[in-house]
Design a protein around this ligand. Structure first.
Ligand SMILES: NC(=O)c1ccc[n+]([C@@H]2O[C@H](COP(=O)([O-])OP(=O)(O)OC[C@H]3O[C@@H](n4cnc5c(N)ncnc54)[C@H](OP(=O)(O)O)[C@@H]3O)[C@@H](O)[C@H]2O)c1
Length: 331
């Protein structure tokens, strides 16, 4: 029996997909803070029914450069009365103040910013207490669904007993370059030229970025509030000379490893530098990759790996948060 050619080449959309396409969703007035690597990627793919009313940047843009006006003044941006704020600014006081303002104004928030998300659990609780979303999946793992997988394990009853991960792509890239024989300065310059190390990479190299991510994972897994600044850390800048060469001679890889363990009510966290055997999943994570090994209380280990940074994977993670928000709040 032969099937009609159309049926073979253009399968009909499923009933569910056709109903979803017809569903009337409530539009949501949306602003995006930052239009760089991450914000720019999100603006290109903003899902329906989000209506972009403004973008915040540091430097002015010509009219028509983006599909909504670009403001350099936050007061003017908030006059567009946003219901949803998507935040993709560098971490720090400015981003923190704007997220506090957005939460205070009763906006839903989707952020890529691990720094503020880790330091200000009060903002997240305040937003959620008002029935607003405050999501930050892109803050850990870039495009690798780390927080989503931790949430799934926690919700499924499997629980999470231990977390081990390469959480910072810049550090991983730098350690790989040291292993290949580069100096620290050349390795950092290489990461900056490749576009994923900031002008000041100290938060990456000193482990603070990884500590922020550990705090977010601990919150998702156990509802624990860890102070990232109090997490014990080892810095790549203090690696003994010759450590990378010694690791190479022993067929090992240097890795910045974030570690979380729970024993009863006690959670311990640290960021340390380890020389790992090549068979270890973290050793096999190359360049700017991220990899997290989750050991549940019940069941087998789960490994989540992917590109830890970059426009497309990070924007995709934010779009995932946006689609969940639309499902919950726009129907
Ligand atoms: N890049 C990644 O792969 C990645 C992955 C995961 C998470 N993240 C997080 O995502 C956030 C954004 O990172 P990014 O790589 O997109 O940074 P980026 O490319 O440097 O973009 C930052 C944006 O913020 C704007 N901005 C900076 N300071 C501002 C200020 N004071 N007022 C108004 N606007 C300001 C910049 O404006 P101008 O364009 O005018 O300079 C730019 O549009 C960070 O928190 C980062 O940690 C990034």
């Amino acid at each position: 029996m032969t099937a009609p050619l159309k049926a073979l080449t253009q399968p009909e959309a499923s009933l569910e997909a056709r109903l979803a396409a017809r569903r009337v969703l409530r539009p949501l007035r949306t602003v995006v803070l930052g239009c760089g690597v991450v914000g720019g990627g999100v603006i290109e793919r903003l899902p329906r029914p989000l209506v972009l009313t403004g973008i915040l940047a540091r430097t002015p843009r010509p009219a028509g450069a983006f599909p909504a006006p670009v403001f350099t003044n936050a007061d003017a941006l908030f006059e567009t009365a946003p219901e949803l704020v998507i935040e993709a600014l560098p971490g720090g006081d400015e981003a923190e103040a704007l997220l506090a303002r957005a939460a205070g104004a009763g906006c839903h928030i989707v952020s890529a910013n691990k720094d503020v998300a880790a330091r200000r659990p009060d903002l997240i609780r305040a937003a959620r207490a008002q029935g607003r979303a405050f999501a930050y999946s892109a803050a850990v793992g870039g495009g690798a669904p780390v927080l989503e997988t931790v949430a799934r394990l926690a919700a499924s009853g499997a629980g999470v007993a231990r977390v081990r991960g390469v959480l910072n792509g810049t550090s991983n890239y730098v350690l790989d370059r040291l292993w290949e024989g580069d100096s620290l300065e050349a390795a950092i310059a290489g990461a900056q030229a490749a576009g994923f190390a900031e002008a000041d990479p100290s938060a990456d190299l000193d482990g603070l970025d990884a500590a922020n991510k550990l705090a977010l994972i601990a919150r998702e897994a156990w509802g624990a509030d860890l102070d990232p600044a109090a997490i014990k850390r080892e810095s790549i800048r203090e690696l003994p000379a010759g450590a990378a060469a010694a690791a190479r001679r022993q067929s090992r890889r240097l890795r910045q490893v974030g570690l979380l363990e729970r024993s009863g009510a006690r959670v311990t966290a640290q960021v340390r530098l380890e020389a790992l055997a090549e068979t270890d999943a973290l050793a096999r994570t190359r360049a700017e990759g991220n990899c997290v090994v989750l050991s549940p209380e019940r069941g087998a280990q789960v490994i989540v790996a992917g590109k830890g940074a970059g426009r497309a994977p990070t924007a995709a993670s934010i779009i995932g948060d946006l689609n969940r928000l639309i499902e919950a709040h726009c129907s």
